[in-house]
Design a protein around this ligand. Structure first.
Ligand SMILES: CC(C)(COP(=O)(O)OP(=O)(O)OC[C@H]1O[C@@H](n2cnc3c(N)ncnc32)[C@H](O)[C@@H]1OP(=O)(O)O)[C@@H](O)C(=O)NCCC(=O)NCCS
Length: 158
């Protein structure tokens, strides 16, 4: 199967968030870098948390982050922005799964404020047992692999 992380964007239509909304919060002064904008590490940690929440549900237990694909920050995030993390599962392996994550920001408190995509990347999570060793993904996940990948996520199939 083609790796959806490497799919080129082929449309001229304005981009909208792709995936399920996993996390929505507001950036705070404590999240700023010395320039006053939001620190990239905070953005990455929000993406990781959003992806981990999806991975926990899909793996029905503990997961760890094993790898993160390249991340490019296309737009700055300002303190006080409302930020969202969207997630979509793009690969289901034997003990791991890959989640494509998008980080979007909305500047200002108006309902009409424009959303801007800040970053996108794929995070890989490995299901682990209580000792931290990798474990096979649940059968429900591997048996419904194709359908779950088509939908990006499905609570009903887990
Ligand atoms: C994740 C961990 C349990 C893997 O243990 P391991 O026995 O070495 O596992 P393997 O090398 O066989 O890899 C396990 C799975 O991860 C995948 N994987 C490993 N390295 C990867 C990488 N660089 N990129 C993508 N996938 C990777 C493998 O392809 C395999 O997937 P599959 O079973 O679905 O085919 C172990 O490396 C670990 O504990 N890492 C630390 C995790 C951590 O602390 N993260 C930060 C905080 S959450």
């Amino acid at each position: 199967m083609a790796d959806l992380c490497n799919q080129a964007a082929g449309s001229a239509a304005p981009e909208t968030p792709a995936g399920i909304l996993m996390l929505r919060t507001m950036s705070m002064p404590a999240d700023a870098n010395p320039n006053g904008d939001v620190f990239g590490g905070w953005i990455m940690s929000q993406m990781d948390a959003g992806g981990a929440m999806m991975a926990y549900e899909m793996c029905q237990g503990k997961v760890v982050t094993v790898a993160v694909d390249e991340i490019v920050f296309r737009n700055p995030v300002k303190v006080g922005d409302v930020v969202c993390v969207y997630a979509r599962c793009v690969h289901i392996g034997n003990t791991s799964l890959k989640v494509r994550l998008q980080f979007w920001t909305k500047r200002g408190i108006s309902a009409r404020s424009t959303r801007v995509k800040v970053a996108e990347s794929c995070f890989t999570y490995v299901a682990v047992d209580d000792a931290g060793k990798k474990r096979p993904l649940p059968l429900s996940l591997t048996e419904h692999r194709e359908e779950i990948l088509r939908l990006g996520y499905s609570a009903d199939l887990l």
